[in-house]
Design a protein around this ligand. Structure first.
Ligand code: DAH
Length: 348
């Protein structure tokens, strides 16, 4: 009996200092001491060998030992659940360590054309322009005829058009000017809109041109709108986009849908006007066409040109994006090479 008491004493020490570093070790503890064939059970079995006069004493010691072992087991279990089970303060391996940083989730990036488009829209929105959109598959009237480009007009050849092969009355729009027409037809004046969108032309794909690209059209129709208003709007845009040091010039030009018409150049942002490949050594880069909406175009949309006047412009998004990001090949925008695309992150 005394040797049993000694054994219990040393087991208590062993149990008191037992450390469970993980669930497996905790389970080992349970099996070894509290399991069906565990030490507590087998000591209970010794009861029958103890002499009658000491049974009571031994029973008490055994009970106390059992409680001690059970509460130590609870203690170890709580420790491991709270993530402090390991002797060196590490989390037990079966429990998630909630203090670890999470796995990064790749969230992608904005396309540089979208970034540029949104920058442009944000600037014009501050001037009170609303965004309007229109269809990419368009009929001849909205893309050409209404814009004062009747059939056989030579200017139609300037825009190499993709016609829908099964029905050539339909085409892929060659510019965003179709949206001007659709918005003016709605008959709500005054009208102050910008129209971003994708356009298509049957051009050979090269570093400088593509068979599809993007434009933003602008249109303001009201009473007493003048060319001076147009210039102020475009000046504001260019200064906001490129800063105060940029130089601007207007050149007279021709578009069937505007009269008078002009093209606007800005000093080359890549060489600061000193001459480089992008500006073809002129120091200037053309960024848009513009003018006063032709009276015939207003008439085509049911607007009285005696009462209303309007200005319009159309500019590409690709070229300003090339200038802004220092890219020299327009094809990169549509090749979907993630290594290229993921470099453009910042918002407006
Ligand atoms: N639609 C013309 C083009 O794609 C651009 C343009 C020029 C639009 C003058 C206009 C404008 O609204 O007034 O080349």
């Amino acid at each position: 009996m005394d040797s049993l008491l000694q054994q219990i004493e040393s087991l208590k020490q062993e149990i008191g200092s037992y450390q469970a570093r993980n669930a497996e070790e905790l389970e080992q503890f349970r099996i070894k001491y509290l399991g069906a064939k565990g030490l507590v059970k087998s000591l209970m079995g010794e009861m029958k060998n103890v002499s009658a006069d000491r049974k009571k004493e031994f029973g008490q010691v055994l009970n106390e030992f059992k409680q001690f072992t059970e509460s130590r087991y609870e203690e170890l279990r709580n420790l491991s659940m709270n993530g402090h089970g390991a002797s060196e303060g590490k989390a037990p391996s079966n429990q998630p360590d909630l203090s670890l940083p999470g796995d990064p989730i790749p969230i992608g990036s904005h396309h540089p054309i979208s970034l540029m488009r949104d920058r442009m829209i944000a600037i014009f929105q501050r001037l009170g322009f609303a965004v309007a959109e229109g269809p990419e598959i368009e009929d001849d009237w909205h893309n050409f005829t209404a814009l004062n480009l009747p059939e056989h007009h030579p200017a139609r050849d300037m825009q190499d058009t993709f016609y829908i092969s099964t029905d050539p009355a339909w085409l892929l729009r060659t510019h965003t000017s179709n949206i001007q027409i659709r918005e003016m037809q709605k008959g709500k004046l005054p009208l102050r809109i910008i129209c971003p969108g994708r356009v298509y032309r049957n051009e050979t794909v090269s570093a400088r041109s593509h068979c599809f690209f993007h434009q933003i059209e602008g249109l303001y129709v009201d009473e007493n709108v003048s060319f001076a208003d147009l210039k102020q709007t475009l000046y504001f845009f260019v200064k906001e986009m490129y800063g105060n040091d940029v130089k601007i010039r207007f050149r007279p030009s021709y578009f069937p849908f505007t009269e008078p018409s002009a093209e606007m150049d800005i000093s080359c942002q890549l060489c600061n006007g000193e001459g480089c490949n992008v500006c073809k050594h002129t120091g200037w880069v053309e960024i848009l066409g513009c003018g006063m909406v032709h009276p015939k175009v207003l008439e085509n949309c049911g607007i009285d040109p005696g009462k209303y006047t309007g200005y319009a412009w159309g500019m590409g998004i690709e070229r300003p994006a090339l200038l802004k990001y220092g890219i020299n090949d327009i094809r990169l925008f549509s090749e979907n090479d993630i290594r290229f695309l993921k470099q453009f992150t910042s918002a407006i």
